[in-house]
Structure formats: structure tokens, C-alpha cells
Design a protein. Sequence first.
Length: 180
Amino acid sequence: MEELAGATIPLMGLGAGGVTEGAVGRIEELALGSFRVAAPLAVFSSATGGAHASAEAEGTIGGGLLRRFLVVLDYGCARILLEPNAAFAEPLEYDMSGLRLLGEGADHRTFRVFGVAEPSVAFAAGIRAGDVLAILDGRPAAELTLTEIRARFRREGACSATVERGGERFELGLELRRRL
């Protein structure tokens, strides 16, 4: 229920189960055992069927939060052990660009835009679904991983991008800022 969060923005994700739609926002606090996490991100699915539709769950947290822990699944005792790691104190940020990218090709190093949030800095800059990210901050996108690109889009500040569309290249400046 989005009422648990303050402001939310539309979510458009793509995973093994297909496209996920809903909203993403920040909840006040999350308790994981003895650990307290202030203002974590939560996803509120609008799915009416499939894996993301649930009457029991108000929202979900994901790998962005769990990567801050060493996670041990103790099947014998039916428990999960969490130990904070070096990433525990890092800020929990959401994409600031508005881009949804998909890694294509044999090496997954061709990054095609499959969606652009409206409004967002990417939309305002003229990036559209189907564009290919060619250069990010002066580096060929093919030298980066999708994880590295997503990490860059979670940091505020000026960012340069070159996209390809219909055989043409467009150099763009994006001023990334928090949307949540």
C-alpha cells in the first residue's frame, strides 16, 4: 500500500518474470532483527496476477538493501542471519535518470532504453525507448556493466550521455537529482 510511503514515483522494471509496474517510495524505517534502516526504498506492485501480486505483502524490499549485509540462509534452523558489511552505511538511492535499460547482445553490453519515466531528466533531454546508450561520462558504454551504469544513475550531479537513434548520435547533458 503506497500509503506507507510518502511521495512515490511510477515503477517500471523488467526481470525474469517480465515487466513489473507499480510505484516506488521510501518508508519511514525498516527493522531487520536488531538492525534499523532509516528511509529504505520499497516497491509497491500494482500487479493483479503473477509473482508480484499478493494480498499478504504491502510492499517489497530488494537487493539494494540486502547487499548491505552478509546474508546467510540457515536452512537447517529455518533462519536468515544478517551481518552488516562495508556497504551498510551507504545511502539507499533510487535511479535519478528516469531510464530503464536492458543489456542486449551476446555479452549484454549493448544498452537499449526500454522505458523512460515521465517526468524525468532523461525524458526532458529527449531520450526515448529504443535509443541505445553509446557513451556515459566519456566512456564507451560497452566497457561498462549494467550494474555500473545503474550505480552512476544513483549519484547526483552532472552526467554526460551519448545515445544512438536511427544511425544518428545525440550528445546530452543530464543533471541527476533525487526523485525520492
